[in-house]
Write a protein that binds this ligand. Sequence first.
Ligand SMILES: Cc1cc2nc3c(=O)[nH]c(=O)nc-3n(C[C@H](O)[C@H](O)[C@H](O)COP(=O)(O)OP(=O)(O)OC[C@H]3O[C@@H](n4cnc5c(N)ncnc54)[C@H](O)[C@@H]3O)c2cc1C
Ligand code: SF4
Ligand code: SF4
Length: 765
Amino acid sequence: VAFHWIARYTHWLHTRWPAGTVERLPLVDEYGACSVPGVTVVGDLTGVPLLKFALQTGAAAAARIAGDPDFQKARTTPQQGVRDLIIVGGGVAGIAAAVEARRRSLDCLVIEANQPFSTVANFPARKPIYVYPADMRPDGRLQVTADVKEALLDELQRQRRDAGIEPLNARVTAIHRESDALRVDLAGGEPLRARRVIVAIGRSGEFRKLNVPGEELPKVYNRLHDPREGKRKNVLVVGGGDSALEAAIALAEAGAKVTLSYRKPEFSRAKSENVERLKALAVSASDSGSLALELQSRVVRIERETVVLRTADGAEKRIPNEMVYPMIGREAPLDFFRRNGIAVAGEWRPATIASLALFLLFCVWLYHWKSDYSIPLGLKDTFNRFLGLDPSAFWNGVRSAGGAVGTYFNNPATLGGTIAISASGRSFYYTLAYCLCVLIFGIRRIRRRKTPYVTRQTVTLTLIQWIPLFLLPEILLPWMGHNGLFDSGFGGWIADQFFPAVDYGHGREYWRAYGFILAWPLMVWNWFTDQPLWGWLILGFIQTCVLIPLMIRRWGKGAYCGWICSCGALAETMGDTHRHKMPHGPVWNRLNMIGQVFLLWALVILLIRVLGWIFPNTLFPAAVRALLNGIPILNYGYVVDLIFGGILGVGLYFHFSGRVWCRFACPLAALMHIYARFTRFRIFADKKKCISCNVCTSVCHQGIDVMNFANKGEPMQDPQCVRCSACVQSCPTGVLTFGRYDAAGNPRYDPLPASRVQSTEQKTH
Ligand SMILES: Cc1cc2nc3c(=O)[nH]c(=O)nc-3n(C[C@H](O)[C@H](O)[C@H](O)COP(=O)(O)OP(=O)(O)OC[C@H]3O[C@@H](n4cnc5c(N)ncnc54)[C@H](O)[C@@H]3O)c2cc1C
Ligand code: SF4
Ligand code: SF4
């Protein structure tokens, strides 16, 4: 029974949301640079399968190479047989790169395995072309305007010829880094050399297979050349993406009797125009051509004159058939990249594992070194012996140095004297380094993302990190205390409620001021004190049970996680370029429940703590101490704060993204997930513009499958969202918008622009 209720709760909170995974592509940075120096990847393989993005990435890569000072320097010493640039692939991106390279006077060669623009040449005859985003003008001279395949191919070929680009017809098998150049191996030809290589081979990998008997029959085709070939024939098209829908429509319009088989109950990946045309055709069958939809069906086998489908009701259905078009996509040509030592996103190599192990070890040292918890197994002593780096010894030396310097630092009422006491503790340096990381990587994030939303969010996070989460507890409050502001009167009374007196350090526990920002149960230490600290209990109750729920109701959980919290500050700045490393999928979504376990643990301790205050002469007070920090290893402080919050939270940053702690383990986030089930915040989607490219899902470092909301036009409401804006900002067609439902249930969009595409569109109109 308990298991049943846990499963229902898990479903209500986390597993009910879409949980698609992310397609593997070569690991590239925002400029297409990959793990092999000198090689740039462009076009479809950078993530967005659209003509305009292929043009943009191709031209931009050539321009970047031409402007690279190292490249310019290398060109000054000409080498026999070494070109400036080799472009592998003469598709849209490759030719765009070549046109730009030629314009910049680079000595460049395009190598194409088939024919120039072979992907476009293989589009079905008279296929309509959608040139999204309408307002985007790609960099470079090669441009597209046509709205049908034949005209598109004509205009591309004309521009190529005008630019004097004639590709070498050969297949590239490998790229090797040599001491002074890159060597490009050709199938059955002499290798060629260049200073730089652009890889523009598109998604021209293997067609995905149905893996059913009969797939090898000659009537099975992966490409539709001319729909008229299907006239008056019984044709089966398999798939639910744009290629499948466009093929089915074209065949039916050309007079074929089409059956479209798709395994899902609705077409969520295809463009809405295609879905509408398909549905219109499905109800208007004529004698010549017709279209029947078999949703939630699978192909069981293909026979010479029939095919057998398993339909939605589980029964087998045999239908007459003369042609089959399995159009279920292609695998990206990942083997090409693996063979050439180019890292593929999400794939682990020995060096990746080694770097993770080393960084985790560093974090084990760092968090044991700076922590004041009782550390089990004598680890603290061990770490103190090796790399103890005790700053108090240094500051004791400064204070006892005598003279003006010694006197200044020995007087806690001076700023230097206050800092000398704070800086004698190790956590001071950790917090300072943390603040510096937020500042430095924050500036880089603002420069990289260039949206008003990101700028304002990053500035807010940085200010909160520096002022209430560093300067206030470490310097300002202690300095005020040493100058007598908390000795008596109202100041003294307030200080007694928040910072109890102690006989070490600054004489009061000013570190508790972190609780002004870090609410319970993210920071539990202000609530679980031996005697109740009423200041914190009242303030903490208002934070956790009033302010945060109200904020979440209006702006979602991200109002705290994305705009206030220090864990969020580091994740959004230092973690900005690691977002895509967060794993996606149903199994990972179940792990979201770890935070619920920690939340329950904190609630149990809270209950015992309250009982301990009411009944002080019982076992409750000792039980709280044991649970918090007493039981070796399995105490709350060590497991939740040190291992999950510190070692794993930061240690997994560069391999699993910066939000591992926030997504899976943070007990405050776990509480906020419950609040967030009642939020009015949504990410609204303009379904018509969605091209199902999956970019939004791939950049979500909370593991949310944003695309599966967007391409159905459903507002995103997964409680994990931290409002980082990466999905909104990265969406190539400007589909997504932050907003909320008002009291009357109408969408209200956020006024702060977070999508560059939308901002450009508004300026152009
Ligand atoms: C059926 C279909 C319909 C589409 N409809 C649209 C649309 O309406 N609107 C839109 O914007 N986009 C559309 N697209 C997407 C668009 O075609 C791609 O975004 C664009 O072609 C990508 O350009 P690319 O240069 O990256 O790759 P490609 O155009 O695929 O070019 C890659 C080239 O590399 C060559 N090559 C591969 N391996 C090697 C090798 N080892 N050595 C040498 N050469 C090699 C290939 O022969 C190919 O010519 C469609 C795509 C398909 C498949
Ligand atoms: S804003 Fe988008 S990318 Fe960021 S957490 Fe929310 S859904 Fe994910
Ligand atoms: S909403 Fe997502 S899937 Fe749709 S176009 Fe934008 S990034 Fe691609």
